[in-house]
Design a protein around this ligand. Sequence first.
Ligand code: BTN
Length: 254
Amino acid sequence: MKIGEKIHWVKSCPSTNDLAKDLASNGADEGTVIFAGEQTKGRGTKGRVWFSPQEKGLYISIILRPEKPDISLIPLLAGLAVRDAVFEEEGIRLQLKWPNDLVWERRKTGGILCESSFLGNRVNFVILGIGLNIGHKSEDFPEEISPSAISLAQITNNNLNRKKLMERLWDTFTYWYDQFSQDNSQEITETFQEHSLFSPGENILISTDLDNVSGRYKGIGIHGELILEVEGIDKSFFAARIITKKNRGGEFCF
Ligand code: BTN
């Protein structure tokens, strides 16, 4: 796969993931990228809105056609690729919050939205959506998300170059996607843990579709699942969101 060789640039669109889905359904190659200057209906995980103002962020979707059906590591390796690109270009050490957030001092800087289409048990395509806050000032964020969101420009005084960052991302993504294709899952999960916001042993609270569960964070499993020790038993979670962790006083906080 050669990622970034074919890029569809659009000034504005509802969501790059939707454009990518249309292209993929019509046979677009793996590695095709859709880049938008703004999104009018940018989507986050769990039906949330991804705030996508003109020229402030990176809004891209990548079409993937993985050969194996076990695709749960893709959001994790995408997070690693973005983390590496930001570090190599800007020297900023973002942390990863399982499964798909990039954070700086607990404020969200970027996120991954992975959507897939299967034909039977074969993957037809995966749309990997990446959103990264780059040039926003604090007043550019809506009031309700401003305290919990941050852009790279707020972290560093450097002049940020979206194009250079994106080009770096093609390299870092290719590296991590190759690890995935070559079944080197351990490299992905171990490196994810290295840059994770949470350390093994911490008490965390997660929300699943059914309820909230608290337990001791054990790490990331080989399929990208979160492992939590709950009342002495290790439990795996594939779809959940980490809400909080316990502070030294024993209170859940974030
Ligand atoms: C999240 O909730 O953390 C995931 C955010 C993903 C946002 C990106 S921006 C490009 C792509 N198009 C979308 O509509 N969403 C993703």
